[in-house]
Structure formats: structure tokens, C-alpha cells
Design a protein around this ligand. Structure first.
Ligand SMILES: Nc1ncnc2c1ncn2[C@@H]1O[C@H](COP(=O)(O)OP(=O)(O)O)[C@@H](O)[C@H]1O
Ligand SMILES: [Mg+2]
Length: 296
């Protein structure tokens, strides 16, 4: 499988996503600092890093949810518009770290919602059931059922989303994202809360999505999952890209290991600041203790 990917890339290296120098600041906090990342056609790229490293914030910068403080993001050579629905329309779809489904709508309806950026009939036409709506509706329905079959939930089309077990809700989110017919799919912790069996199924599903010509960028904590799945992996630590390379390279990098184990290493981004904050905290604890006796 990897050989095939390499061949495809060598003959046709088309960049789907190109993020360069992306920085996102919230007041005094720099959540993402000058991150460069590309995703090519046919690729599955992984984004790892400890909690709070800036992974979700980076996704938000790619999808128009946040406008990066600095930097540029292009999709297939075009700068992305800074609005989530326009980004979806351009061809990037995503799932969320915290599942966002319409819990009181059926499984099928949730997928249909994902289609509305792709149907020519606007929302008004859909609501007013104007001419042309019926035909579009039938096509949308058919495509939504195909997608449910693809993720293995066709038998639950009429169930309310909230009645699905957690793992199936995650899959339904993927189906809804696919309904916008994306060229790039961003997955934020797709296997969070899944058992090993469900994780395996998700892995196969992502390979199948890639095989349909959709590039994938995936955030995940499960290292076995990431290293097995991805052609390339980037590791963010404290908002900066620390390492990027093949799973083998990243897996063996002592800085990545240290970042996960919390051991400081030479040249760690923000290491000095962390030390400063820790020193200041230690100082304030000491002074509190000395002035207020036994408070902690
Ligand atoms: N909207 C926001 N306003 C202020 N701070 C934020 C916001 N979103 C994220 N952050 C901060 O940015 C940092 C990175 O968060 P996040 O991107 O969620 O990390 P990750 O997904 O890698 O766990 C954290 O310190 C978080 O508290
Ligand atoms: Mg996150």
C-alpha cells in the first residue's frame, strides 16, 4: 500500500493543502506558532502532540473557524475564504474533537445536512419545496444512503443520532463530513473513546476514504493507530512543529518521546518560559506559605 502511495506521489505531486507560517494568538498566548504543513493528493498525514499543543487550534485555522494571526492557508492553490461554510464549499470537510451531531435528528438527516453545501438548490428552495427540489432531494437521499452504507450504518438510517453508541456517532460525523464531497478531510481525534476493535474499523475506513481520492489530515493520540495509518506525521509541541517525517522517523525521535513523557529536552520550544512560570509559581507558593501559615 505504501509503495503505491509513493509511486502516485512521485508521478503526480499535487499539493492539496498548503499551510505556511500559521500563527494563532489568543491575547498573550500563542497557541500555534509559525507552523508549515502540506498535504498532497493521496496522502494521509498525522498530527500528534500532547494535550494543549495547538492541534485543534491549527485545524480551526485551516477551516475558517479562526482567522490566523499570521500565515497563509491555500487549498489546491487558492487562498481559503475565512468562513467555515465557504471552506467546506471549497472542498475541506472536518469532524470535531467533541462530537457535533444534531442529536434529535435521524442518522440519515444528519448526513443530508452535510450535503447542503453541495446541492444547487439553496436552503430556501429546500424549505419552500420549490421546483427542482424534489429531484435534488432524491439525488441527495441516494448519495446519503450510499455514504451510510460506506460507513456501515445504513441499517440505522432512521434511528435518532442520540441513540447511537458513541463509536457509531463518530462514524456518522465522518459520513456527514463526506457528504460535502470534500477533497480533503480533517479528522480531530476520530478514535477517542473507541475500543480497539472500533479503532481498527476506523483505520480501515480512513484507508478506504483515501482510496476514493480524498486526502486526509488526522489528529490522534493513539500512536499505534497514527503510525500504522499515516504516510507522514508531524508533531506539535507548545504550538510549534517539532518534528515531521515518516512514521519511523517520528516514532524514533527522542524529542517526540520526551514531549509525551513530559521530560524537558535541549532546545524545547518554550522551555525557558515554562521554567520561568514554574519558578514564579514556586516563589508565590513559598511567600503564601510564609505569610498565611498553613494555607496551600
Ligand atoms: N478560543 C480560545 N481562546 C483562548 N485560548 C484558546 C482557545 N482555543 C484554544 N486555546 C488555547 O490554545 C492552546 C492549544 O489548545 P488546543 O488547540 O485545543 O490543543 P490540542 O488540540 O493540541 O489539545 C491551549 O492552551 C488552549 O487553552
Ligand atoms: Mg484538540
Amino acid at each position: 500500500m505504501n509503495d503505491m502511495t509513493t509511486t502516485t506521489q512521485n508521478t503526480k505531486t499535487s499539493t492539496v493543502l498548503d499551510a505556511s507560517g500559521v500563527t494563532m494568538r489568543f491575547g498573550g498566548l500563542t497557541a500555534v506558532r509559525s507552523v508549515d504543513l502540506t498535504v498532497s493528493a493521496g496522502e494521509i498525514v498525522g498530527l500528534i502532540g500532547p494535550n494543549g499543543a495547538g492541534k485543534t487550534t491549527f485545524f480551526n485555522c485551516l477551516t475558517g473557524l479562526y482567522i490566523p494571526t499570521e500565515g497563509k492557508v491555500t487549498y489546491k492553490g487558492t487562498v481559503l475564504p475565512p468562513k467555515p461554510h465557504l471552506v467546506t464549499q471549497a472542498g475541506i470537510a472536518r469532524t470535531f474533537q467533541n462530537i457535533r451531531l444534531f442529536s434529535n435528528m435521524t442518522v440519515l438527516e444528519n448526513v443530508l445536512v452535510g450535503r447542503h453545501t453541495r446541492t444547487k438548490e439553496g436552503l430556501w428552495s429546500a424549505l419552500l419545496r420549490g421546483p427542482g427540489f424534489k429531484k435534488a432531494e432524491a439525488a441527495s437521499h441516494q448519495r446519503a444512503m450510499e455514504l451510510l452504507e460506506f460507513i456501515g450504518l445504513q441499517h440505522k438510517a432512521d434511528h435518532l443520532a442520540r441513540n447511537l453508541p458513541y463509536g457509531e456517532q463518530r462514524k456518522l460525523e465522518i459520513a456527514r463530513a463526506l457528504a460535502s464531497e470534500p477533497g480533503l478531510l480533517l479528522l480531530d481525534e476520530p478514535t477517542a473513546g473507541m475500543n480497539p476493535q472500533e479503532t481498527r474499523v476506523t483505520e480501515e475506513l480512513i484507508f478506504a476514504i483515501r482510496d476514493q481520492g480524498i486526502a486526509v489530515l488526522v489528529i490522534e493520540h493513539d500512536m499505534r493507530f497514527i503510525f500504522n495509518l499515516c504516510d507522514r506525521v508531524a508533531c506539535l509541541v507548545q504550538g510549534e512543529k517539532l518534528v515531521e517525517g515518516t512514521p519511523e522517523t517520528v516514532q524514533g525521535d527522542e524529542r517526540v518521546v520526551a514531549a509525551y513523557l513530559g521530560t524537558p529536552f535541549e532546545g524545547a520550544p518554550g522551555g525557558e518560559e515554562v521554567a520561568e512560570v514554574e519558578a514564579a509559581e514556586a516563589q508565590s507558593t513559598t511567600s503564601t506559605t510564609s505569610t498565611e501559615g498553613e494555607t496551600q
